[in-house]
Design a binder for this molecule. Structure first.
Ligand SMILES: *Cc1c(COP(=O)(O)O)cnc(C)c1O
Length: 369
């Protein structure tokens, strides 16, 4: 691609997002609705553009975290159904109705806030993660649901350890969800959609947990978490949709013994060529990569030397002598067969790929291919 006039940018492949979505749909089959999760600006990929791509690929449902994220999509004329997974506050009920957003209700008592409104909702059961969702007994849920049964179009839960085959937590969560469904069915018809699975429960083939809707996020952007324990074979192949680049602001040769960056935490063991990159932790390049991370420069790995600064990062360019100020390096992506993905970066930084991707800040330009 031609040189771009940005200090740091990400290149997002629309085709990859569409292909990943299609791969999920093919894995679960046509009877299962695939809702595309675009919360947190589509894990850093840009929620509006990702939503357009997913809608064009056939997604009838999208999911965001907050009412605000849902309203932003509506303002960009995204007309798919939008599930607001993080719940809502009472002051947001008007906005839910006005923008035709579908909230997830996490406390059966909140159902009353939606009564007599043109709002459909999904009810989340806390099946054992002990985070969001109601943990009320089935009888109590049924009582709250009965007067609003026509507004309830989904019953859902969320797994805390779906890729962990050394634990029975997922089986226990499925059992708990099933018990609630059975109890509710005694008193009212079950809602149209039942959904439990995000990326890992899809990729590791936990079919009993697919029901008639799944909620992939990570997979849409090209990632599946590694499994723990003895997992079944993965049934889903996806590939990363995002590459992250930065320009070299300055190249300089330093003598042996030179102390690089804040705190002088790196001392050049020999004369070295240093590249100063125009990216830092304010862009989302993790500070924890200080003296540990690497980037790809002219197709070769170049280690991060010294601490990552707010707006700048120093790397050892000794193996890429042809590079000069104004040239581009790859922070995440592929160059001449050298690959660095969000999971590799996360491992080095002691975090998770979700955090690396969603942490790429708004200052980094998004470019769509
Ligand atoms: C974020 C989220 C998802 C998507 O999870 P992935 O692991 O990214 O597929 C699904 N459901 C809920 C409730 C979530 O919060």
């Amino acid at each position: 691609m031609a040189e771009l006039p940005y200090r740091s940018w990400v290149e997002v492949s629309r085709a990859r997002i569409a292909a990943n979505y299609n791969a999920v749909q093919a894995a679960v089959g046509p009877a299962v609705e695939v809702l595309g999760v675009v919360k947190a600006d589509a894990y850093g990929h840009g929620a509006v553009e990702a939503s357009r791509v997913l809608s064009a690929a056939g997604a009838r449902w999208l999911a965001v975290s907050s009412v605000e994220e849902g309203v932003a999509l509506r303002s960009s004329r995204i007309d798919a159904r939008i599930l607001v997974m993080g719940g809502f506050f009472s002051y947001e009920v008007d906005a839910l109705e006005e923008h035709a957003l579908t909230p997830v209700v996490h406390d059966a008592r909140d159902i009353a806030l939606l009564r007599d409104r043109a709002i459909r909702f999904h009810l989340k059961i806390d099946s054992g993660m002990n985070r969001m969702g109601t943990s009320a007994p089935a009888a109590e849920i049924a009582d709250a649901l009965r007067p609003a049964a026509t507004q309830c179009e989904g019953l859902m839960t969320h797994f805390s350890s779906a890729a962990d085959y050394s634990s029975l937590q997922t089986e226990q969560q499925m059992e708990r969800f099933k018990c609630i469904c059975i109890a509710l069915r005694q008193v009212c018809p079950l809602p149209r959609y039942l959904h439990l699975s995000s990326t890992n429960a899809i990729a590791y083939n936990r079919r009993e947990a697919w029901q008639n809707m799944v909620r992939p996020g990570h997979a849409i952007y090209g990632y599946v978490s590694p499994a723990r324990g003895e997992s079944p074979a993965r049934i889903l192949e996806v590939s990363p949709a995002l590459a992250w680049k930065a320009k070299i602001a300055l190249v300089k040769d330093v003598p042996e013994g030179a102390a690089i960056g804040y705190g002088g935490s790196f001392r050049a063991p020999r004369p070295m060529r240093i590249g100063v990159l125009s990216v830092g932790y304010a862009d989302g390049f993790p500070h924890r990569l200080s003296n540990k991370g690497k980037v790809i420069a002219a197709g070769k790995f170049a280690p991060v030397v010294g601490t990552v600064s707010m707006d700048l990062t120093t790397v050892d360019l000794s193996n890429a002598p042809s590079l000069k100020a104004g040239d581009t390096v790859t922070l995440l992506g592929e160059e001449d067969g050298a690959v660095l993905d969000a999971q590799q970066i996360a491992r080095i930084a002691g975090t998770i790929s979700y955090s690396v991707l969603s942490g790429i800040s708004a200052r980094v330009k998004r470019v769509y291919l």
